[in-house]
Design a protein around this ligand. Structure first.
Ligand code: NDP
Ligand code: GDR
Length: 365
């Protein structure tokens, strides 16, 4: 039985990856940091009683900023594979917490790699580093591939740039099996509520129900190559199963403006939305709504731009070229954006149905 250690186990990707590795028969150890409230919702369905001798899923308290803790957990678990997913992963928030982001996202990766050397595991343990399309930042080339130059545009991306290169350096210097997956944006019903797709799908459900009046967004022109997290964690696993350690772009090859995702998400509930105006004056309004129970009249403004959500420096266009991962890993995404959006909106409708049983009664049929 192979043993995997996942940092960031209770994040979006940690949850899907844990599921995948458990299905494949792995012993899975996960690192989660202490919080004042329990925040294991995404992995609660995977819980196994630690008293059971055959337990295959265990959590450990830890933090990417604590070397001694990481060394101890790696020593105790002796993993065959480490998936380093833990990070302060919000680009906008990284402008508010740049030093912490550098510590957790940049030096955190170094701590894992050094721990393996200190413990003499550098030839045993394979390491997956959660690198990101944010490394490409200011457009140098489209579509973006493994050889495209990096130009990071946020403290998050700069921290991840260090993590990317220290992973490459440890591979070259010490012969470690350490790889970067350069993953483009991937979403799901488990996506954090402050990332734009989930913010939109939640608002669509809440506005339809009459629980929210308006959706406030930042840059509607930004374009992202969005895939489904389920497809992307499969790629992470494949990257660690190759004969030779290499770095791979994981993307769909299709890019979509934020504005179009807003329209797509409202359309899932029969709400036709159009935009007028420019910059911070731009508004999204209802053109027509095919479901009278939503009580959304034509002309009602439901999307506004709020400059508070703009970033000091923005990444305007991301579109990945997944040729290498398709040919070398035989990786193919199963979801397209339409299927992803449908699943997310449906899941958020369910969330609000549960939370607001009385309001949703009239939709039950
Ligand atoms: P999430 O934000 O959903 O999860 C991040 C996880 O890291 C959470 O479990 C979080 O714990 C944990 N974490 C944060 N800081 C620390 C710390 N100091 N010590 C220990 N754990 C910590 O991110 P995703 O699952 O979406 O992404 C996984 C990784 O992939 C991240 O590194 C992200 O930067 C990267 N990435 C993500 C992409 C995406 O589109 N999703 C694309 C490319 C890369 P807590 O719940 O306590 O905050
Ligand atoms: P991103 O994701 O920054 O690409 O990082 P996010 O969903 O936060 O933003 C995508 C684009 O949408 C624009 N945007 C808004 N974003 C948010 N969060 N909130 C808004 O109201 C809003 N309005 C417009 C943003 O400006 C941006 O252009 C994600 C994270 O998962 C990273 O960890 C990961 O590395 C990259 O994807 C790839």
């Amino acid at each position: 039985m192979k043993t995997a250690l996942i940092t960031g186990v209770n994040g979006q990707d940690g949850a899907y990856l844990s599921e995948l590795l458990l299905e494949k028969g792995y012993m899975v150890h996960g690192i989660k940091r202490r919080s004042s409230l329990i925040n294991t919702d995404r992995i609660d369905h995977l819980y196994q009683d630690p008293h059971n001798p055959n337990v295959r899923f265990r959590l450990h308290y830890g933090d990417m900023t604590d070397s001694t803790n990481l060394i101890r957990i790696i020593q105790e678990t002796q993993p065959d594979e480490i998936y380093n997913l833990a990070a302060m992963s919000h680009v906008k928030v990284s402008f508010d917490t740049p030093e912490y982001t550098a510590n957790a996202d940049g030096i955190g990766t170094l701590r894992i790699l050094e721990a393996l050397r200190i413990l003499g595991l550098e030839k045993k343990t394979r390491v997956y580093q959660a690198s990101t399309s944010e490394l490409y930042g200011l457009v140098q080339e489209v579509p973006q591939k493994e050889t495209t130059p990096f130009y990071p545009r946020s403290p998050y991306a700069v921290a991840k740039l260090y993590a990317y290169w220290i992973t490459v350096n440890y591979r070259e210097a010490y012969g470690m099996y350490a790889c970067n997956g350069i993953l483009f944006n991937h979403e799901s019903p488990l996506r954090g509520e402050t990332f734009v797709t989930r913010k939109i799908t939640r608002a669509v459900a809440a506005i339809a129900l009459g629980l929210q009046d308006k959706l406030y967004l930042g840059n509607l022109d930004a374009r992202r190559d969005w895939g489904h997290a389920k497809d992307y964690v499969r790629a992470m696993w494949l990257i660690l199963q190759q004969d030779v350690p290499e770095d791979y772009v994981i993307a769909t090859g299709v890019t979509t403006p934020v504005r179009d995702f807003v329209k797509m998400a409202f359309a899932e509930l029969g709400i036709d939305v159009a935009f007028k105006g420019k910059g911070v004056q731009e508004k999204g309004y209802v053109v027509a709504c095919s479901k009278p129970e939503f009580q959304l009249e034509a002309g009602k403004e439901i999307v506004c731009v709020d400059a508070a959500y703009f970033r000091p420096t923005e990444v305007e266009l991301l579109i990945g070229d997944p040729t290498k991962s398709k040919t070398r890993l035989s990786w193919q995404p199963e979801y397209d954006l339409a299927a992803l959006c449908k699943e997310m909106v449906a899941a958020d409708v369910e969330v609000f149905k549960k939370d607001n049983k009385t309001q949703w009664e009239h939709l039950a049929g």
